[in-house]
Design a protein around this ligand. Sequence first.
Ligand code: FAD
Length: 480
Amino acid sequence: MNPAAPDPRPLGRWLCEACGLVYDEARGDPDSGLAPGTRFEDIPEDWTCPVCGVGKADFRPIEPPSAGAARRPASGPNRASADSRTAGTGPDSRAVIIVGAGLAGWSSARALREAGYRGAITLVTACDATVYAKPALSVCGARGVSPEALAEQSGAQLAAELDVTLLARTWAIELDRAHRRLFTTRGTLRYRQLIIASGARARRIDLAGPGASRLFSVNDRHSYVLFRAAFDRAAAHARQAQCQVRLLIIGAGLVGCEFANDFAGLGAQVTLLDSAPWPISSRLDKVVGERLRDALAGQGVSFDGGVRLSHAGIPPAAAAGTEMGSEALDAVQAARVALDWTSSCGTPRNQVFDLGLMATGIEPETRLAHRAGLPVGRAIQVDAHTLTTSDPRVFALGDCAEIEGQPGCTIEPIHRQARTIAGEITGQRVPFESRAPVWVVKTPCLPLVIRPAAPGAGAPSGAACGTGQAPAETAQADAS
Ligand SMILES: Cc1cc2nc3c(=O)[nH]c(=O)nc-3n(C[C@H](O)[C@H](O)[C@H](O)COP(=O)(O)OP(=O)(O)OC[C@H]3O[C@@H](n4cnc5c(N)ncnc54)[C@H](O)[C@@H]3O)c2cc1C
């Protein structure tokens, strides 16, 4: 094409299949130095998704939303059932559409059926919709439960049970509230009510160096499967070399501590780093935090608090020393990270790890709501009693919802929230009641229950779930 001639093609949009980010050619990505109007094909090949770090190969074009009547979604292997009534595509569609197949999404579908709702339900989800208990991710290793065994039921099975049309591996990308249309990567759907149950994604901290992208994050079954596979490869290699897997965990919040305990139970030599002086410092006082640190040390977890991370590099390839095939060895090598950090007393440290995990919290997944002009603070803001957003036809619950300034990040309220929403939709009101969360820290070396303290007690400031997003709250920890 003549570079001087204007390109007649309309500007397009590209979806990151790993995290749902939409690269809009019209907007570019100014933070990465891509000017508005930069076509995807013109982006340098080493560009990475600004949210999750995957490369250009993980993006695919989004077909432009049709301006006219809503279309029927594409059929495919993930459809549990398909007709225009259940898909909610007709002009008189009465479908409730749910976005997300985590606990909040599936609970919403179940609660609607239990409340007697007989209309169509369509569930749109970016993941494969497998039903599983997310809290089990951080304790299943030492219990000998394989990642595959975490799956309780396939999404298709539960969808059939609840008479739900399931669109798995499908991103909801845009919401046209004026016309009650949801644009997805598999077509446009019309809704009568929309329930956003889009949860949260793992939060990654900025860390310089090419090794940073090698660090795993785990906030769902799929990412755990990838992490466990890498760990199992490293463990096979370590067994042959008669040593232990050197596992780095950045972030000593609840999830980081639970993984540290669990992988130590699998035989790893765990180094747990945090900028705070003791584990779960946002919720535990010094005495209990140090007890947890010591209990973890008893399992072989080395905690270094008050650290400053400087650089994650790629270590030189280690000598083979085992009978592993070259492909397996390459995979083991590809996970290694050389980390530079400064300890709390100012001593520079450097260590090579076989594998690293960032357990630095979660970020509520609010992009759909934000683009649709719904109020978003720390998460999608909803009415504390009805869980409606500012749009009475749109609800939110679970990790993506913010109630009275608090984003969700625990299991307990989700079923109650789902019942409230089902009640609103079916006209049988069940006002939601907020309760302060109780945290169970699943560290078998020192199991803890963290209860909210009486009002007025001194509060350590900080984060819940290691997110850096929840309120300061006094912790009363019971070691059980
Ligand atoms: C390791 C670990 C241990 C935990 N332990 C505990 C515990 O002991 N106790 C406790 O109370 N809580 C615990 N939690 C937190 C708890 O698991 C969560 O609060 C809960 O699972 C959130 O459920 P959810 O359905 O709101 O979100 P998620 O499970 O995150 O589900 C979100 C869904 O939305 C989909 N989605 C997102 N965006 C889109 C989009 N645009 N289009 C389509 N689909 C989309 C995703 O694919 C996913 O299916 C733990 C969490 C982790 C990671």
